[in-house]
Design a protein around this ligand. Sequence first.
Ligand code: SAM
Ligand code: SF4
Ligand code: SF4
Length: 365
Amino acid sequence: MTRQSHCNICNIIVRGNINLINVTKWPMPMMIKDQFQRPLRDLRISVTDRCNFRCPYCMPAEIFGAGYKFLPKSELLTFSEMTRLVQILVGLGVVKLRLTGGEPLLRRDIEQLVAMLAAIDGVEDMAMTTNAYLLPGKVQALREAGLQRLTISLDSLDDAVFRKMNGDRACVADVLKGLEAAEQAGFSPLKINAVVQRGVNDHTIVDLARFFKERGHILRFIEYMDVGNINGWRMDDVVPASEIVSRIDAEMPLEALPPNYPGEVATRFRYRDGGGEVGVIASVTKPFCGGCTRLRLSCEGVFYTCLFAAQGTDLRTPMRDGASDDELKAIVRKMWRERTDRYSEERTEVTSAPAQKVEMYHIGG
Ligand code: SAM
Ligand code: SF4
Ligand code: SF4
């Protein structure tokens, strides 16, 4: 029999080896659940496999050089195809969307997709993660099209460090221009993602925290993850979230905040002087698979039930072969019901990683 116990304080069910958030507290009329009783709630859509940066932890320049063959347009899902899939997924419980990539602003007319998705009844929240380089020319149109929230990635305020972390494609001022444009368009507070790599940018953590504290945006430090196979990840490169928090707390005292909703990936803190919020995403040292309600759609129409998956489920082929909405829905329902992913919890238990994991730029962060 499976071992099961329940903690009333943190709302976690321990079943076998997985720490499950108590999903009975999620109000969802049409939810489908996976093998660990996790409902489908969030969809991340990678709208392009291209990017104007070459962050070594995601798309190293040595691999994604001038001769690299990105997907041809004919293989990318069209906006109508994406919209159709989202309509089907909303019928299975999805309420939150995040557009990502690659760099989502490189997808031509992305604001048209935003408008099409915003018009779907049942989509409660739509956000985008971007490196912000192209935001000044796009952000107003995104706002008008119905985008609700923006996350901007910025790993350091030190130009030399930042350039190293984006493959020498942009300076800090470029991102700050995008950030200011986003503020002016009404996207405030913003969320800021910063990946932390030991020996690369960890000495700049506190500066980044101070800057965004003063600016009133919500900074999230992300533990460097072993997504894909090409970034040469080593555990030694990871700065544990607990260490990130202690370093900030030593200079600007923090206190813990409760999650905004069950299964939130960030652990939140507020500054004791009342100056806003900061968070850490401890996907390596404190995995949160038990509350993982996220499905990912690659730009060519393959669904992945985990960021670290080796294989996905192709929906583009049946869709282009004429499958009905009910047939496509049945494929997604089966895929989610069979889901057993808990890679980040297993990472510490197994010695060998799954073969050929999908890359981050392909399915989005
Ligand atoms: N290009 C956009 C950007 O950078 O914001 C969106 C796509 S990017 C894949 C989404 C997020 O994933 C970014 O915040 C990025 O820093 C993060 N990311 C990429 N590779 C990562 C890794 N190996 N570990 C942790 N976070 C990573
Ligand atoms: Fe591009 Fe974002 Fe990956 Fe950096 S993290 S290479 S900006 S997709
Ligand atoms: Fe979800 Fe997979 Fe990440 Fe676990 S490892 S939280 S299942 S995406």
